[in-house]
Unconditional design. Structure first.
Lengths: 113, 112
């Protein structure tokens, strides 16, 4: 079956540090890949997505590139802010009536001032 | 305007009670979902409906019964609540031809 593996957390960084959160997947064919973010006490928000190999998704200074050869979709940000403190989820899905998101376990990011 | 809205946001109830969570989407999507987030933040799909038809039904106790009166609504009814049902329940929607799933703000259920 399909699966998503995220690096173990939690992660604590100082403000303005560089962020990388690793995500790899196991899937057949060509799924779409996503990063969702959950701020404390809030729901899930789509952060960015990529739908085919070599696509780069970007939003709010975050970026991730769909790497088919390494089955990865690592999330990066050049300079994190305190307001980026949240739980980050990597996920995959396919188009169609049977579509569903398969999530990684999520990783908690805390950014210190 | 909230795209996917669910009510109530918070619910505290006693074991054995029956409760419902309602969900509505105004995105014009044809597919709706219920996901459960456990205490470790792990997210897992429970159900999906496409055009009011049940498509995905993961291994969920039959105390959980979804109902979709129309494409814009998907409600979740839970009978005989147990302590282990305490979780955050997320409603979501998407379009069959698309690949992005949009989530509501979640319903925090606590069973005491």
């Amino acid at each position: 079956g399909n699966s998503v593996t995220q690096m173990e957390g939690p992660v604590t960084l100082s403000e303005e540090a560089f962020l990388t959160i690793n995500c790899t997947y196991t899937a057949t064919g060509y799924p779409s890949l996503f990063w969702y973010v959950q701020y404390p006490g809030e729901g899930l928000q789509l952060l960015l997505k990529a739908t085919k190999a070599d696509d780069k998704g970007s939003n709010k200074g975050f970026e991730a590139t769909y790497r088919k050869e390494t089955t990865s979709f690592h999330l990066e940000k050049g300079s994190v802010q305190v307001s980026d403190s949240a739980v980050y989820f990597c996920a995959l899905s396919y188009t169609g009536a049977n579509s569903k998101l398969t999530f990684g376990k999520g990783i908690t990011l805390s950014v210190r001032p | 305007d909230t795209a996917v809205s669910q009510t109530p946001k918070y619910l505290v109830t006693q074991m054995g009670n029956d409760k419902s969570i309602k969900c509505e989407q105004n995105l014009g999507h044809d597919t709706m979902y219920w996901y459960k987030q456990d205490s470790k933040k792990f997210l897992k799909i429970m159900f999906s409906y496409n055009n009011k038809e049940l498509i995905i039904n993961e291994t969920v106790p039959n105390r959980f019964s979804p109902k979709s009166p129309d494409k814009a609504h998907l409600n979740l009814h839970i009978n005989s609540l147990e302590l282990g049902d305490s979780a955050v329940y997320f409603c979501a929607s998407s379009q069959t031809s698309g690949n992005t799933i949009y989530f509501g703000e979640g319903s925090w259920l606590t069973v005491v």
